[in-house]
Design a protein. Structure first.
Length: 269
């Protein structure tokens, strides 16, 4: 599925099911984490799109006795509305259509599926603005995992800035392990995540991408953390300096960013 307005393709090459299962479900070891979790498991779905990522998570865990709070964010519901009209052709809704119709109407749906209890809500609007507001601090419990699937930095730079990821990291509970995969492997993204406070590692391959990126608030959540060899490559890169504002541009690391990267605890171990 492709957005002509934004010139972006949803789940390119491998399709929505394979990408979502590889990038999110399997990489996050969601079944194991949820099986071993007591109480409500909180998932932030940043970039709802056509709901393929969220549905992959729900399908993969619906045979587990669990409570899932799923919080989706996007600036529009149009991709999901379009996808539901073409559910048969897309083929990944798997019986969730009735729940999604209520979700679209009320921006919230509560249901049981197998042994799974789901409380799914939607926030329509500007995610960076919501995240930086005082309202967001009390509105949502910190997540256990984040599905980060925003449009690319060239098309949507506001979703890839250092202030955004810094605010996101500060919303996490240090005592609650949280991991966040995303499809990009760019140096600028990885530098941004590190300077925001995350630990950062190499993520699973998907489609034509030999690797992606996964960030976390605890180092032991990463199977392959970035090492000093990556750090040296970042220093030589022409595109490594984080975006300070929502304007896409390419620049090498500043002296200040390089000093902060070297001091990151990930590279001091």
């Amino acid at each position: 599925m492709r957005s002509l307005v934004d010139a972006e393709t949803f789940h390119p090459v491998v399709g929505p099911v394979v990408e979502a299962e590889s990038l999110y479900v399997n990489q996050l070891q969601l079944r194991e984490r949820i099986k071993n979790h007591a109480g409500e498991f909180v998932i932030w779905d940043v970039g709802l799109g056509a709901a393929a990522n969220s549905l992959a998570v729900l399908r993969a865990t619906r045979d587990i006795g669990c409570k899932i709070r799923l919080v989706s964010f996007d600036h529009t519901l149009e991709p999901l509305e379009f996808a539901l009209r073409h559910a048969a052709e897309l083929g990944y809704f798997d019986g969730y259509e009735i729940h999604l119709k209520e979700f679209l109407q009320k921006k919230r749906v509560v249901f049981a599926e197998g042994s799974q209890a789901v409380n799914w809500e939607f926030h329509l609007g500007d995610f960076p603005a919501w995240l930086s507001s005082k309202k967001s601090i009390s509105a949502q419990a910190p997540p256990h995992v984040i599905l980060f699937d925003a449009y690319s930095p060239a098309q949507n730079p506001a979703m890839w800035t250092l202030p955004l990821f810094t605010n996101l990291f500060q919303r996490l509970d240090p005592q609650r392990p949280c991991a966040m995969p995303t499809y990009s492997r760019s140096t600028i993204l990885r530098t941004t995540l590190l300077l925001a406070g995350f630990f950062v590692g190499v993520g699973h391959a998907t489609g034509l991408k030999e690797e992606t990126t996964i960030a976390a608030n605890q180092l032991d959540l990463l199977a392959e953390p970035l090492g000093r060899r990556w750090l040296e490559r970042a220093r030589r890169s022409h595109s490594a300096e984080p975006l300070a504002e929502p304007v896409y541009r390419v620049a090498p690391l500043s002296a200040d960013s390089w000093a902060k990267l070297q001091a990151h605890p990930q590279f001091a171990l």
